[in-house]
Ligand binder design. Structure first.
Ligand code: PMP
Length: 443
């Protein structure tokens, strides 16, 4: 199949780069992170599992908006709820009842949730959670494990040494603009390595306000690890925060905490909670959350009713349709089929992780990794698949979509194998090589 013509996308991105520093608002949407020069940069619309770009090409979307789209693009019950609300108004002088309804719904389904605050994104939810933990404990420092947004408190980890965020976000991330006075306030620890957390707590006695971590990304932690984290948090009087921006509403309605049986003091949510409409939530134990009543955490759009009704409609759909059973089943089919193709082509290619969020994993030589991943993304496009380095599954994905994915992957892996055997993937690249990937420890 021909590779899609994306010339309108590329022209638009040229214009963007002139007036939008960095070209995009989300790092993961930078075209350089896919297959530069061949991958579409702008999509205009979507329906179910399909999306269309500014050149009119149609794709089956396996990135799902980089995570938020859990039911499907423009999924009627959610879209209708939002439209209905927009017709009635979208910003009021006082509050909208959906706020209370959504808070009550979250208290019902999230194990740690006794009280809830809302905001507009996952990163802001993390920032609020950390503020509450600091206010609650009267301490300043934070232990982190995983990715928690772009704010000063988090990026401050790289002030002490420039590689502190290597395993959590990006290797050698430049954090210019983050105040140097924050040095030493955010300290990383390693996933599945309880002693690394223990060390942080012992080296900073009585100073750690919060442990914030991705409880899981898409792989199960060692059975003892999270329980050990919980015990350490209790022993040192630290607020335990699970960042459930990815795991929330994907691993289960109650998130990773429900699946893994360890309840944090606070958990943060965003992305899939509202099927692509902006909202974030901070949920937690009453004793900790109650302190937020006396902290200044306040913003006009945090009460936005459109986000609230989108989240209510999304969660109701997830409850009614047993959508997660479907999502897990589809994800499993993809995982199994991909691993079989790896064997067929003599490549060490798998899609490890929890079925709703898997990662194509290739055991390529280090120096060939980037060009070969670029080639993979390029070849998947040829089969009409919008693929990435994460596969997000949504309720609208069908078995036929998985078949299409695997057909595209069959071709992609055959090209990868040829390129690998010849030792020269660049020969097959029709654009440039992709930029650095998120080097995350917690997958
Ligand atoms: N936490 C985690 C675990 C994430 O993966 C992300 C975004 N990918 C964030 C926080 C930040 O969320 P947002 O982009 O909505 O600010």
């Amino acid at each position: 199949m021909d590779r899609p013509d994306v010339s309108n996308s590329l022209a638009l991105y040229e214009r963007a780069q002139q007036i939008i520093p960095g070209g995009t608002q989300l790092f993961s949407r930078r075209p350089e992170r896919f297959a530069p020069g061949v991958y579409p940069c702008y999509l205009t619309h979507g329906k179910g599992s399909k999306v269309w770009d500014v050149d009119g090409n149609e794709y089956i979307d396996f990135m799902c908006g980089v995570g938020p789209v859990i039911l499907g693009h423009a999924f009627e019950p959610v879209t209708n709820a939002v439209i209905e609300q927009l017709r009635k108004g979208s910003s009021f002088t006082v509050n909208h009842p959906a706020e209370v309804e959504l808070a009550e719904l979250l208290v019902e389904i999230i194990p740690c949730a006794e009280m809830v605050r809302f905001c507009k994104s996952g990163g802001t939810a993390d920032e609020i959670a950390v503020r509450i933990a600091r206010g609650h404990t009267g301490r300043d420092k934070v232990a982190i494990c995983g990715y928690h947004g772009w704010h000063d408190w988090y990026l401050a980890a790289n002030l002490a040494t420039s590689d502190n965020l290597d395993g959590h976000l990006l290797p050698g991330l430049d954090i210019r603009g983050v105040p140097r006075v924050l040095e030493g306030t955010t300290i990383p620890f390693e996933y599945n390595e309880l002693c690394s957390l223990e060390r942080v707590l012992e080296e900073n006695p009585g100073q750690i306000a919060a442990i914030i971590m991705e409880a899981a990304r898409s792989e199960e932690p060692s059975p003892w690890f999270l329980r050990g984290v919980r015990e350490l948090a209790d022993k040192h009087g630290v607020v335990l925060i699970f960042d459930e921006v990815i795991t929330g509403f994907r691993l289960g309605l109650g998130g990773a905490q429900e699946r893994l049986g360890v309840t944090p003091d606070i958990a943060t949510f965003g992305k899939a909670m509202s099927n692509g409409h902006p909202i974030g939530a901070v949920c937690g134990r009453r004793e900790v959350m109650q302190d937020a009543a006396n902290m200044f955490i306040s913003s006009t759009y945090y009460s936005d009713p459109a986000g609230m009704v989108a989240a209510i409609a999304t969660i109701r759909q997830l409850q009614d349709k047993e959508a997660l059973v479907h999502i897990w089943g589809i994800g499993y089919l993809l995982q199994r089929g991909f691993a079989e193709l790896g064997q067929k082509h003599g490549l060490d290619a798998t899609c490890p992780g929890y079925p709703p969020v898997t990662h194509p994993h290739f055991d390529f030589p280090e120096e060939l990794h980037k060009p070969l991943i670029t080639l993979y993304l390029q070849e998947m496009l040829r089969g009409g698949i919008l693929a990435g380095t994460v596969n997000y599954i949504c309720y609208s994905h069908s078995e036929e979509d998985v078949t299409a994915f695997l057909e595209a992957a069959d071709n992609a892996l055959s090209v990868l194998k040829k390129a690998l055997d010849e030792g020269d993937p660049h020969k097959y690249l029709e654009g440039a090589e992709r930029g650095d990937d998120f080097g995350r420890l917690v997958r």
